[in-house]
Ligand binder design. Structure first.
Ligand SMILES: Nc1ncnc2c1ncn2[C@@H]1O[C@H](COP(=O)(O)OP(=O)(O)OP(=O)(O)O)[C@@H](O)[C@H]1O
Ligand SMILES: [Mg+2]
Length: 327
């Protein structure tokens, strides 16, 4: 088979690119908050919002990776950690203090966090904040830590309306909107990914343009990444020397049939397990996933689940969202 894909990881939606295109203004705004924090001016807290797949998480993680030693980075995904207690446990864990998941009071965890961060500079990013049950956990942080900068990230603009007034007034949030990319920007971002992920000159220009149009229509870069991967696989399967518009058209056709979507290696593995076993508890699913040789941590596993939920391939049920099944 003619290999067209050089590095599949680069097309994974969780891959963190080393170059971010067309988000200069947004990155500058975040950097400004961090500079204020470092220079001991009062830093703004940010409410970061914009549609799904416009680069919010990517930009925040990019900034956090480059913080340097002076500012402590804490990143919590509230899709994974929904309860105030769970969120506090996760913050403490990232500060190196692992509490047992049961039998500890939230107040004690808060106290530990505050004593560790007191008079130290920290950036706390709470992603998918609309999924958190409440933001009460922020109260002691805001009350006691003056050198912590907070980013709240969501794809739901009205998430602000649901924040308790008492917390909202203390947060003094500045809004940072991630607007949709225009067509040219989508094309640039996807072209760069193709350059990194595929063998040189393996995609026709009109094939890439077709993918960019679909991505622009969906307003989600993930759609483009998936289409690049699927059309490359189709072309490879045919032993074609290059990916043409025809391959892309077929990939589009397939991806509209949800369950036919070609997923990344690990997403595909999760899909297969659910197909064989029907409904499973998240823990059992993770166990089976590892048994099949997946060498990823629990956090990455949850990222794959999140993607599958976003693609509409799976649903997660139960009050505590512990049961997974195919849609
Ligand atoms: N400007 C960009 N440059 C490079 N890659 C990008 C850019 N914007 C988005 N991407 C890619 O698109 C995908 C989706 O981005 P990301 O996960 O940051 O979206 P999001 O805004 O956080 O979406 P959601 O609200 O669904 O969480 C990622 O794989 C990311 O690498
Ligand atoms: Mg995100």
């Amino acid at each position: 088979m003619k290999a067209l894909i050089k590095n599949e990881e680069i097309l994974d939606p969780n891959f963190l690119p080393s170059k971010i295109l067309h988000r200069e203004k947004e990155l500058r705004e975040m950097e400004r908050c961090i500079r204020d924090l470092i220079e001991e001016r009062r830093a703004n807290n940010l409410f970061i919002f914009g549609r799904s797949g416009v680069g919010k998480t990517t930009c925040v993680k990019f900034i956090m990776q480059r913080l340097g030693g002076e500012v402590i980075p804490i990143y919590v995904n509230c899709w994974e950690h929904r309860t105030p207690h769970g969120i506090l446990l996760e913050i403490a864990k990232q500060l190196g203090k692992v509490f047992p998941s049961k039998g500890v009071r939230s107040e004690d965890i808060s106290e530990e966090i505050i004593s560790q961060l007191f008079e130290r500079k920290a950036l706390m990013a709470f992603d998918e904040i609309d999924k958190a049950e409440t933001l009460d956990f922020l109260y002691p942080i805001l009350h006691n830590l003056r050198t912590t900068c907070i980013f709240l990230i969501t794809n739901q603009k009205d998430a602000l309306l649901r924040i308790d007034e008492r917390i909202l007034s203390r947060l003094m949030l500045q809004k940072l909107e991630f607007k949709d990319y225009n067509y040219g920007e989508v094309l640039d971002i996807l072209r760069e990914r193709v350059r990194l992920a595929l063998v040189p000159n393996s995609m026709d220009e009109n094939a890439l343009e077709k993918i960019a149009i679909e991505t622009f229509k969906a307003c989600d870069i993930r759609v483009g990444l998936l289409l690049i991967l699927n059309s490359a696989r189709i072309a490879e399967g045919e032993l074609a020397p290059r990916i043409t518009e025809q391959h892309v058209l077929r990939a589009i056709e397939r991806s509209s049939l949800k369950k036919e979507v070609k997923l990344s290696k690990y997403e595909e593995m999760i899909y297969q397990i659910l197909k064989e076993h029907g409904e499973l508890r998240v823990k059992e699913l993770f166990h089976k996933f590892c048994e099949r040789g997946a060498d990823v941590c629990d956090r990455s596993f949850r990222n794959y689940l999140r993607n599958l939920e976003k693609y509409g391939v799976i649903e997660i049920l139960g009050k505590k969202r512990r049961i997974v099944r195919l849609r």
